[in-house]
Design a protein around this ligand. Structure first.
Ligand SMILES: Nc1ncnc2c1ncn2[C@@H]1O[C@H](COP(=O)(O)OP(=O)(O)OP(=O)(O)O)[C@@H](O)[C@H]1O
Ligand SMILES: [Mg+2]
Length: 312
């Protein structure tokens, strides 16, 4: 439903995104995950026809976003990073206005306003001025306008940013409920959000795709012996430097000091350090008190994938 091929965007001579490619299938909810400045908004702005790419192509429901921009845009509901709302309009007037703008007829507008107000739980605020609404409720109005014309594709740029935890939960549920009906691309830098609402995730970092998979597979792929928790009796500084010297170790953290400390050891994918560690401890005459392979949380995977040392 969304096909992105080698999108590249320069702002002046600053390369914001480079050769980004991914697909979102019909009915899928896909997360575009990346830290601040990684290019999420840039990618979405290109997809929604807000600005052209420097190179590369993208298609929405088969329509090229440049050559058939109008057709492509008709298929899309877009919720930008900051939703431009008219604060001196009531919720229902604003929605009616947006419907008219999109060429919907009066009957359909009335029917759809009822539906989206219900969907976004805006019933109590229907006749309130938008300027009066809290941020979270404005966010809901943003989603309501985005789905009003029943677009096949929704592009939501950090829809849960800046709202309170209860509303975050509700907003996520709302997006999750769209699954199957609509195709959704949602950006976020909040990891648990991705596992909660997305079937697939595209991770971008510094304008490039660094991983693309289901949240489950991502954790699995990087699981195994990537992270070990170990407790050693031995002089902490010596232990640290000896572990760092082992082949495949990318990072070591120490918890506690003195002669008995816990260490968390990060290693390259596929490097099984357990035997090396056991041998090391024995050869130095230290004591091995605990050795635990840990699976990585999505949070850690993200940090791994986007940290400089991982790329090296
Ligand atoms: N209009 C612009 N002119 C120049 N540089 C820009 C412009 N918009 C974005 N950038 C730069 O492009 C890069 C990607 O920005 P983008 O807004 O796409 O990131 P993002 O992933 O949406 O970040 P955030 O999580 O903070 O919203 C950043 O380095 C940003 O400073
Ligand atoms: Mg952004």
């Amino acid at each position: 439903m969304i096909e992105v091929e080698n999108l590249t965007k320069y702002y002046g001579d600053f390369l914001a995104i480079e050769n980004i490619s991914f697909k979102v299938n019909k009915g899928e909810v896909v997360g575009l995950l990346g830290p601040n400045g990684s290019g999420k908004t840039t990618t979405m702005r290109i997809l929604t026809g807000f600005m052209p790419p420097s190179s590369g192509t993208a298609r929405v429901a088969g329509h090229d976003i440049v050559d058939q921009g109008l057709e492509a845009r008709r298929m899309i509901g877009y919720m930008p990073e900051s939703v431009p709302l008219y604060t001196d309009m009531t919720v229902s007037d604003y929605l009616a206005f947006m419907g008219a703008l999109r060429g919907m007829d009066k009957k359909r507008i009335a029917r759809r306003i009822d539906a989206v107000i219900d969907l976004c739980r805006l019933g109590d605020y229907r006749h309130d001025f938008i300027g009066k609404l809290s941020k979270g409720y404005r966010q809901r109005v943003g989603i309501a306008q985005c789905v009003l014309h029943e677009p096949a594709v929704l592009i939501l740029d950090e829809p849960t940013i800046g709202i309170d935890p209860i509303q975050v939960v509700e907003t996520r549920q709302l997006i999750k409920n769209l699954r199957g009906e609509q195709t959704v691309l949602v950006s976020t830098h909040i990891l648990p959000e991705v596992s909660m609402i997305c079937q697939r995730v595209v991770i971008i970092h510094e304008g490039q795709v660094v991983a693309e998979d289901t949240p489950e597979n991502l954790s699995e792929r990087l699981q195994g012996n990537e992270r070990l928790e170990i407790e050693i009796r031995g002089p902490a500084a010596d232990v640290m430097s000896a572990i760092r010297g082992l082949k495949g170790v990318t990072d070591v953290r120490r918890d506690g000091g003195g002669d008995r400390a816990q260490y968390t050891i990060y290693s390259r994918r596929g490097a099984d350090l357990r035997e090396q560690l056991a041998a090391l401890v024995v050869s130095r005459g230290w004591g091995l008190l605990k050795l635990n392979p840990m699976s990585m949380t999505l949070e850690e995977i993200f940090l791994r994938l986007t940290s400089e040392e991982e790329k090296a």
